[in-house]
Design a protein. Structure first.
Length: 175
């Protein structure tokens, strides 16, 4: 099948924040409760129609710990060719929010061009009320860098289609 645009979306973030689950929700509209850690990197594709054009998203899943063990993942060309990085954290785990800065550094140290960045706070189904501080924290961490912030739930599907659609739209507009 042919397409008009192909974009590489690379998903990074700490272990257990729901990276694999977000992809599963988006691609298969399904959710799995198990904690089977992702090994290595793998990608899935999905086509989105944006203003009459077929946009193919190639969505790369990664294992969170890898980045800290060594930089093998970042030396692979897939990171260099990423059109957008999705940095995922768990809205219920402050530790994962605090790691955003390290992931941002990895991106800046390993990518020649300035790729787009979207920050995803996942597991919104577990949050009872809005926490304005989260957005402030992210602003501090990203120090003036342009980014978009979205809250999702891979479990109930909140904002998942919207997230990938917005990414496809933004990348198409910028291409
Ligand atoms: P990864 O290590 O970042 O790929 O995380 P996984 O996708 O493997 O998910 C880790 C755990 O969190 C699993 O037990 C998932 O079922 C659970 N999980 C993932 N997304 C959500 C979510 O949106 N809400 C809730 N409640 N649990 C989630
Ligand atoms: Mg995973």
């Amino acid at each position: 099948m042919s397409f008009d645009h192909l974009f590489k979306v690379v998903i990074i973030g700490s272990a257990n924040v729901g990276k694999t689950s977000l992809i599963k929700r988006y691609i298969d509209d399904d959710f799995i409760f198990s904690k089977k850690t992702t090994i290595g990197i793998d990608f899935k594709t999905k086509d989105v129609e944006i203003e009459g054009k077929i946009v193919r998203l190639q969505i790369w899943d990664t294992a969170g710990q890898e980045i800290y063990r060594n930089s093998i993942s970042f030396s692979s060309s897939i990171y260099k060719n990423a059109d957008i990085f999705m940095i995922v954290f768990d809205l219920t785990e402050e530790k994962s929010l605090n790691k955003i800065g390290s992931y941002l550094n990895e991106i800046e140290n390993n990518c020649r061009t300035n790729p787009l960045i979207v920050i995803v706070g996942n597991k919104s189904d577990l949050i009872e009320k809005e926490n304005g501080n989260v957005e402030e924290r992210i602003n501090e961490i990203l120090k003036g860098r342009e980014f978009k912030f979205v809250k999702t739930s891979a479990k109930d599907g909140t904002n998942v289609n919207e997230l990938f659609y917005e990414i496809a739209k933004k990348l198409t507009e910028e291409s």
